[in-house]
Design a protein around this ligand. Structure first.
Ligand code: ADP
Ligand code: MG
Length: 299
């Protein structure tokens, strides 16, 4: 999935722990082959290759993930949109892009973006992207989904407690061996050595979307990998968005969403959602929090 997963389990001994970790790894690999856009044989790639040609029958699991993704688009006024992927032909964050795409090219590409156009057929679990050039991608939700599935599989196997850490996106269950809750330290990306919050994470996930890991600098300006699906341009106002949610999938998708929505609209929306909290850092390094986050003044 292009990111590093770290799996922590509480077990009776290290060989049992290793077995549990292996289970989780197998599950994450399985999901990768379903949702990868790089693997041209994945069901996701088949949907993309068939854009403008015809519907593709997919596993119910993938169908449901697409349905939930569209639900999150509705919940975020389209800030989150898996069809953003049509833009990945013109915005590249692997070092290969040296000039900005022309405004005409951006305008033409963003026309291929729009979750409302994805055609879902529940009876045969088929998915159709009706226009050539349309594309879906799970870059903003897939890691969270994989973390949830790995966690669920370990719980099914009686693992009482653990952490799935996907490049800093934390998904926990149970408590530490000494009976205390898992805690997560939040840092300001502009000053990584200083922890400004230490928050308990009980059966929950926390995910951060930031502008400081995947980006390009062109003409002295930073362009990050999160694209506003409505304009086709990278988001510029936010440095990081951290979201707490009951599942990693939701935390992942909403972190990307509020990043796109911006501080005011993003926090406002989070305050309307039950069991969701967020911390955002703007361009000036200022920290903004949703209603129920309590920052420890001692830190
Ligand atoms: P990270 O991958 O660093 O954890 P995110 O979860 O925020 O960060 O996902 C960003 C990725 O999501 C991008 O690299 C891209 O693949 C995809 N993406 C970019 N913009 C959007 C968007 N508006 N909606 C959905 N996916 C997006
Ligand atoms: Mg995300």
């Amino acid at each position: 999935m292009g990111s590093r997963f770290e799996i922590t389990v509480v077990a009776n001994d290290s060989s049992q722990a290793a077995e549990f970790v292996a289970l989780a790894v197998t599950e994450i690999r399985r999901i990768e082959t379903l949702i990868s856009s790089w693997d041209s044989a994945s069901q996701t790639s088949l949907i993309n290759l068939s854009a403008g040609i015809g519907p593709v029958k997919v596993d119910p699991e993938l169908y449901d993930l697409i349905e939930r993704s569209i639900r999150i688009s509705n919940l975020t006024d389209g800030a989150f949109d898996i069809t953003y992927a049509a833009m990945d032909k013109i915005w590249k964050f692997d070092g290969s892009m040296t000039d900005l795409p022309s405004p005409e090219l951006v305008a033409a590409s963003v026309k291929q973006v729009g979750y409302k156009r994805v055609m879902m057929n529940k009876t045969d679990h088929s998915v159709y992207l009706p226009n050539k050039g349309m594309k879906i991608g799970f870059g903003a939700i897939g890691k969270g989904y994989a973390a949830d599935k790995a966690k669920a599989l370990l719980i099914e196997n009686d693992v009482k407690s653990g952490i799935i850490n996907a490049s800093g996106d934390m998904n926990t269950w149970g408590v530490q061996p000494d009976g205390t809750e898992w805690k997560v330290a939040i840092t300001n990306p502009m000053n990584k050595n200083k922890v400004f919050a230490l928050l308990p994470l009980y059966n929950r996930a926390v995910v951060t979307s930031g502008n400081y890991e995947k980006y390009v600098i062109i003409g002295g300006k930073r362009y990050t990998h999160i694209i506003d699906p409505r304009t086709g341009y990278p988001v510029t106002e936010v440095v990081s968005a951290t979201v707490f949610a009951p599942s990693a999938e939701l935390a992942d998708a909403l972190a990307t969403s509020v990043f796109v929505m911006g501080v005011e609209a993003g926090i406002d929306r989070v305050n309307q959602l039950p069991e969701i909290e967020c911390i955002m850092i703007d361009n000036n390094g200022k920290i903004h929090i949703s209603e129920n986050i309590k920052l420890d003044s001692k830190l």
